[in-house]
Design a binder for this molecule. Structure first.
Ligand code: B12
Length: 284
C-alpha cells in the first residue's frame, strides 16, 4: 500500500524585523508532526514567498509576523499568489496580531491566526485540517490568552508575625495540627512556615529576616494578614501579559519562593492599596 503523501508547508518570515523564534518553533513542530517544511529564513519578500510556494508545491503557507505589518503583507501575498494562479493555498498567520485585526485578516483570505503562546498541537491540527481541504471553524483560530489572571485556586493566605515560634505554637494549638513545612526563603528574606488544609490551600506564617517590606508592615500595623496568594500556571508569561496591560508589578520576573515554587508579587497599587497579591506557580 502506498504511503499518503506528506503535507508540504512553506513557513515564511516576511518583513524587516528579526523575530524568528516563533517561525522556527512552528517549523520544528510541523516537521516533528511528520510534515515536509520549507523555511524561507528572515526577511523573505512577498514575490519570493509566492515563488517558493509555487516551486515547493506547498499545501499550506504559514507566515510569522511580529512587526505589525500583517495586514498589508497578507493582502499583498494574496494578490501575488493570485497572479500565479495559486488562489487555493490556505494561509495561516502567527505572531503579534491584535484582536481587532483578525476579521480584516479573515477578509483578506487568511484561514487561521495564532497569537503568542498558541499551543503547538493546535497549530499542527489546524495545518493538517487545512491541507486536507477542510475549512476551519472561526473558533479554531487561536485567540490570545484571555486578559486577567487565570488562577486555578487560592494557594495560601499569609500572616506576618514578629515572633514566629510563638505564633506557630499558638496556631498549632488552635488549629489542632502541626506545622507542615518550615524553611528560610533567601530570595524573599523571610522565614516561612505552612499549615496545610485538605483542599490544597495553606496558611503561611512569615517573619522577616532582612525583608524591609515585611519589617515596615510589622512596625506600622503589628502582626496581621499580610498577603493572599493565587495558584497560576506559566507565571512568567502571565507577568509579561500583566505588565503589557500596565498592571503595577513588584516582580516582572518570577523569583524562587518557599517549597521550590516560582512566585511574584503584584504591587498593592494594583488594588488601590487594599491587597498585596502573590502569584504562585507550583513546583509539581
Ligand atoms: C524575543 C523578542 C525579541 C528578540 C527576538 C529574538 C529572535 N531571534 O526571535 C529581540 C531582542 C532581538 C527583539 C528585538 C526587537 N523587538 Co522584540 N520581542 C521579543 C518578545 C519578548 C518575544 C518574542 C518571542 O520570541 N516569543 C516566543 C515565540 C515562540 O513566540 P511567538 O513568536 O509569539 O510565536 C508563537 C505564536 O505567535 C505563533 N506563531 C508565530 N509565528 C508563527 C507562524 C505560523 C505559521 C504559525 C502557525 C504560528 C506562529 O506560534 C508560536 C508558538 O505559540 C516579544 C514580546 C512577546 N511577549 O511576544 C517582543 C516584541 C515582538 N518585540 C517588539 C519590538 C518592538 C522589538 C524591537 C523593534 C525593539 C527595538 N526598539 O529595538 C526589536 C526589533 C529588532 C529587529 N531587528 O528585529 C514588539 C513588537 C511590537 C508590535 N509588533 O506591535 C514586541 C511585541 C514587544 C512589545 N510588547 O512591544 N525582540
Amino acid at each position: 500500500m502506498e504511503a499518503a503523501p506528506r503535507i508540504r508547508v512553506l513557513v515564511a518570515k516576511p518583513g524587516l524585523d528579526g523575530h524568528d523564534r516563533g517561525a522556527r518553533v512552528i517549523a520544528a513542530a510541523l516537521r516533528d508532526a511528520g510534515m515536509e517544511v520549507v523555511y524561507t529564513g528572515l526577511r523573505a519578500s512577498i514575490p519570493g514567498i509566492a515563488a517558493a510556494a509555487e516551486q515547493e508545491d506547498a499545501d499550506v503557507i504559514g507566515l510569522s509576523i511580529l512587526s505589525g505589518a500583517h495586514l498589508s503583507i497578507c493582502r499583498r501575498l494574496r494578490d501575488e499568489l493570485g497572479k500565479r494562479g495559486l488562489h487555493g493555498i490556505p494561509i495561516v498567520v502567527g505572531g503579534i496580531i491584535p484582536e481587532s485585526d483578525r476579521e480584516p485578516l479573515r477578509q483578506a483570505g487568511v484561514a487561521a491566526v495564532f497569537g503568542p503562546e498558541s499551543p503547538l498541537d493546535a497549530v499542527v491540527e489546524s495545518v493538517r485540517a487545512l491541507a486536507s481541504g477542510e475549512q476551519l471553524p472561526q473558533a479554531a483560530s487561536r485567540k490570545a490568552p484571555a486578559a486577567g489572571i487565570p488562577a486555578t485556586r487560592l494557594d495560601h493566605a499569609a500572616i506576618a508575625v514578629k515572633d514566629l515560634d510563638g505564633a506557630l505554637s499558638l496556631l498549632s494549638d488552635i488549629l489542632g495540627q502541626p506545622v507542615a513545612w518550615r524553611e528560610t526563603v533567601p530570595a524573599q528574606q523571610v522565614e516561612a512556615a505552612f499549615f496545610d488544609f485538605p483542599n490544597g490551600a495553606s496558611l503561611e506564617v512569615i517573619s522577616p529576616q532582612g525583608n524591609a517590606g515585611v519589617e515596615k508592615f510589622l512596625s506600622k500595623r503589628g502582626d496581621g494578614l499580610h498577603h493572599l496568594a493565587l495558584r497560576v500556571k506559566e507565571i512568567d508569561a502571565l507577568l509579561v501579559r500583566l505588565d503589557a496591560r500596565g498592571i503595577p508589578l513588584i516582580d516582572k520576573v518570577s523569583r524562587p519562593g518557599a517549597r521550590g515554587h516560582k512566585v511574584a508579587f503584584l504591587h498593592p497599587r494594583a488594588f488601590g492599596g487594599a491587597l498585596l497579591l502573590e502569584l504562585v506557580e507550583a513546583h509539581e
